[in-house]
Design a protein around this ligand. Structure first.
Ligand code: 5GP
Ligand code: 5GP
Length: 227
């Protein structure tokens, strides 16, 4: 009887911990947007989606749960596959704001599915599948990165800009310093590839980044290529 009771209590504790863990098993989100010009002008090239060339604008890459130490959870729920039917009302907005540029050309479903399975399942206790995509689309609408940069004289014209000028422009507009990730174009120039903005665990408010993503591939001045 005593044995049974203690086993029961242990089970109860494990259950409670997993519920608490699930309730907030990450510290913040990175909201990551990619510049299509920089995805496409590398040696690897890109393929436009089946719906046509995306807008000349930043596109969503993902909304990524992260830990304050820089590590992150991934693939958290094998029992939660991406289901198109849960986001059917969002598809046209996803096509516009979250276009896929990988080859071969696709309609976006495999990109969104990858992001849900790898990242979205790790914030499932906060945002269900519809909520996850809706939150990312809302953040995209709220944070008009291209307009912010244009307003600061930072244009996608092949010119070079310092990382700090890009970070300052965004900080002045949204009150938080973004992380910058670079990649390398086909001629070997370091260029603006992705912008990381930190978001609270509810997926709605911009916060100061607890830790910046790696920007090792950025030179002190980076190219902002056309698209
Ligand atoms: P890469 O190695 O190209 O920088 O990143 C590959 C993939 O790893 C990203 O697309 C993303 O799914 C994941 N990843 C890379 N860095 C981070 C990070 O700092 N936080 C999170 N949550 N995911 C990351
Ligand atoms: P992550 O880097 O988020 O782990 O994975 C990105 C995955 O999504 C890769 O397998 C990549 O081929 C696919 N993918 C599809 N479209 C895109 C796109 O437009 N940008 C990026 N970065 N990855 C894409």
């Amino acid at each position: 009887m005593e044995f049974k009771n203690s086993t029961f209590i242990k089970l109860l504790i494990v259950q409670c911990l997993s519920v608490f863990g699930l309730a907030q098993n990450f510290d913040f989100f990175y909201f990551v947007q990619q510049w299509p010009g920089s995805y496409c002008d590398t040696q690897r090239n890109c393929c436009y989606p089946t719906t046509g060339k995306p807008d000349t604008d930043f596109g969503i890459h993902g909304l990524w749960p992260n830990y304050n130490d820089g590590s992150y959870p991934s693939n958290c729920d094998p029992n939660s596959p991406f289901k198109q039917s849960t986001v059917s009302d969002l598809i046209s907005n996803l096509q516009k704001s979250w276009p896929t540029l990988a080859c071969p050309s696709g309609n976006g479903l495999s990109f969104w599915s990858h992001e849900w399975v790898k990242h979205g399942t790790c914030s499932e206790a906060v945002l269900d599948q519809h909520g996850y995509f809706k939150s990312a689309l809302k953040l995209k609408a709220q944070i008009d990165l291209l307009q912010i940069l244009l307003g600061a004289g930072i244009n996608p014209d092949g010119g070079s800009y310092s990382i700090s000028s890009i970070q300052n422009a965004v900080r002045n507009a949204i009150g938080s310093t973004p992380g910058i990730e670079c990649n390398v174009d086909a001629s070997g120039n370091s260029q603006l590839y992705q912008v990381y903005i930190c978001i609270d665990t509810s997926g709605s408010s911009i916060i100061e980044c607890p830790i910046m993503p790696n920007s090792d591939r950025c030179d002190s001045a980076i190219v902002f290529p056309a698209f």
